[in-house]
Design a protein around this ligand. Structure first.
Ligand SMILES: Nc1ncnc2c1ncn2[C@@H]1O[C@H](COP(=O)(O)OP(=O)(O)OP(=O)(O)O)[C@@H](O)[C@H]1O
Length: 340
């Protein structure tokens, strides 16, 4: 159990509505210094709204928020500015300034002296692999280079708490990997990072903890390992030529195939047992789909079961046996005025 001094972000029973639309309905969240928390949720779940609140840019209707030891209480105290860094979803660059000038001006706004600002800008240019673009105007950068510069600008003053809202949108594989490396390094140097993404593999690469925002509240939070254990079980879906669905004890009919009616440990052994069943003698195997127990499966199961159901699901301590996860990869949501 973390002590209050270890906690960079504490928010308790935070509620927010836009007009009659309730977006956050009692959010409780804690993030420790030196850790990365990936805040996940479908488009419109309220992640950016929550981040805006944690940065003091938006007032909650009720609830309490404490960031870097500062209680926000509906206002943004000056002390918060130097403690936090924010790279929102929408890019915020000065298009006419070069990469170096963007970073230096931001560093000076944050109170660094010109000499220190230059040194810090050089370090960040190095960290984000923008050396070749240092003298280039921001407006002429590629989408991924802009995203890296935008993220670097949130770091000029070495904040203790960093908010990154989809920092890898538009970044290619190398740019993404360099951003992830920097983020991991920052957390290792004891900064707390709240990170949103729609790419599950990033969370695995970061070794981040995960919190799921769904139905206006955090329906579960934990390490990747714990989340997978609680919400994802490996399974298989077996279909037969002609859409036949033999009746086999321990298997249920789903779609045009069969699935085991309980969690399985070994897909191969489970399949062999099915095929050796007397009821499968006269059918011909068409396809076997293996459903992996990974973060994406857990995400789909949590989101599909909805906020209220998820809480019951978690409280039971039983990973249960959810319906077959869909295989679609369509998780990304792109917005922002300069996104490509
Ligand atoms: N200023 C606003 N006025 C009214 N409604 C808003 C406002 N900002 C956000 N919303 C609504 O609140 C909900 C949550 O939006 P938010 O941007 O926080 O979601 P998100 O989880 O960050 O989504 P995404 O993954 O798409 O970025 C959405 O339905 C959005 O339309």
């Amino acid at each position: 159990m973390a002590s209050a001094d270890d906690l960079a972000i504490q928010c308790s029973d935070v509620r927010k509505s836009y007009g009659s639309r309730c977006v956050l309905d009692g959010v409780n969240l804690q993030v420790r210094y030196g850790s990365i928390l990936a805040l996940l949720g479908r488009n419109g779940a309220g992640k950016s709204t929550l981040i805006s609140m944690l940065c003091g840019l938006l007032n909650p209707d009720s609830g309490s928020v404490r960031v870097a030891g500062v209680a926000l209480n509906g206002k943004r105290p000056n002390a918060l500015g130097s403690a936090i860094g924010l790279a929102p979803q929408d890019l915020g660059l000065y298009p006419q300034l070069t990469v170096m000038q963007n970073l230096m001006s931001m560093a000076m706004v944050q109170g660094l002296r010109p000499r220190n600002a230059r040194e810090r800008a050089e370090d960040l240019i190095d960290m984000f692999d923008l050396g070749k673009q240092s003298g280039q105007r921001a407006e002429s950068l590629s989408g991924g280079q802009k995203r890296r510069l935008h993220t670097a600008m949130a770091l000029v003053h070495s904040p203790r708490v960093l908010f990154l809202d989809e920092p890898t949108v538009g970044a290619d594989v190398e740019a993404r990997s360099s951003i992830l490396q920097v983020v991991r390094g920052i957390a290792d140097s004891s900064t707390a990072v709240l990170y949103t993404t729609h790419y599950m593999e990033e969370i695995e690469q970061l070794g981040a903890d995960v919190a799921f925002l769904d139905g206006g509240s955090i329906v579960d939070q934990g390490s990747i390992h714990d989340i997978i254990k609680r919400h994802a079980a490996p399974s298989i879906c077996v279909s037969f030529v002609g859409g036949l669905q033999p009746e086999v004890i321990g298997w249920v009919r789903t779609g045009d195939g069969l699935e085991p009616d309980r969690p399985i440990d070994d897909p191969g052994r489970t399949l062999a047992a099915l095929l050796s069943d007397q009821h499968c003698r006269d059918v011909q195997l068409k396809d076997v789909q293996v459903i992996h127990a990974n973060l994406e499966t857990a995400y789909r199961n949590i989101v599909r079961s909805g906020g209220g159901d998820s809480v019951a699901y978690i409280a039971s301590g039983n990973p249960g046996y959810p319906e077959r996860p869909e295989q679609s990869q369509a998780l990304s949501g792109i917005s922002g005025k300069e996104n490509r």
